[in-house]
Design a protein around this ligand. Structure first.
Ligand SMILES: Cc1cc2nc3c(=O)[nH]c(=O)nc-3n(C[C@H](O)[C@H](O)[C@H](O)COP(=O)(O)O)c2cc1C
Length: 194
């Protein structure tokens, strides 16, 4: 385990939350198809507005053509390390409710929640994930024939078993060895007293 990336928390938090972080170094161990299904099932148990479940995941194992196509649409800062992930995913968010065709104001919120649930389940089986907003939207939509009027790409996700930071080129190796930090609770929360 990369202990430098384990947070030094003021309050005790659940171990599976503390252990989640976004690595760039992965071992060459493949993720079993059943394990992917386990992660997807976990995601499916997320809460969503009207239980719409507006998420849809495209995923590909390293070595497949689809995996190659996913790496090709990533931005340059993500390509050098994401190409070594065991699995790449595209998290899609459905813009409208199935039940009535109306706009779903919560679609991105709910896909974010599903992504996080998937990544927390991954921690439980020793896998870490790295979400990426750094991809070329137009190229990604085209490469995977995604209908932009119905779906928005929320992010890409690289998954794998965490590897040796020193296997990465710079500046990535150094980043992997830098402690993580967060805002103080008072910067993002306030108790209302009236
Ligand atoms: C929607 C989203 C997009 C992100 N895009 C990228 C990205 O393109 N490249 C990258 O290296 N990290 C990306 N990250 C990872 C964040 O930088 C990372 O989550 C943040 O620094 C906190 O670190 P932690 O996940 O290790 O706690 C993204 C995270 C999210 C949630």
């Amino acid at each position: 385990m990369n202990t430098i990336r384990q947070p030094d928390t003021t309050h005790s938090i659940a171990p599976f939350i503390a252990k989640r972080w976004s690595p760039r170094s992965f071992t060459d161990q493949a993720i079993a198809p059943e394990t992917m299904e386990q992660l997807l099932e976990a995601a499916s148990w997320s809460a969503s507005s009207m239980n719409e479940q507006p998420w849809h995941y495209l995923y590909a194992f390293r070595g497949s053509q689809a995996f190659e196509r996913m790496t090709e649409v990533l931005m340059d800062g993500n390509k050098p390390w994401a190409k070594d992930a065991a699995v790449l995913m595209i998290a899609l968010a459905k813009r409208h409710f199935d039940r009535n065709g109306k706009e779903n104001r919560h679609y991105m919120h709910d896909v974010g929640a599903a992504n996080t649930t998937l990544l927390l389940q991954a921690v439980d089986v020793g896998i870490l994930g790295h979400m990426m907003g750094g991809f070329h939207m137009d190229e990604a939509l085209k490469a995977f024939a995604i209908d932009d009027s119905k779906w928005e790409i929320a992010c890409f996700i690289a998954l794998g078993y965490p590897g040796d930071p020193d296997a990465l080129e710079e500046p990535y190796a150094e980043r992997e060895k830098t402690p993580r930090s967060r805002k103080a609770l008072t910067e993002f929360s306030q108790q209302l007293n009236d």
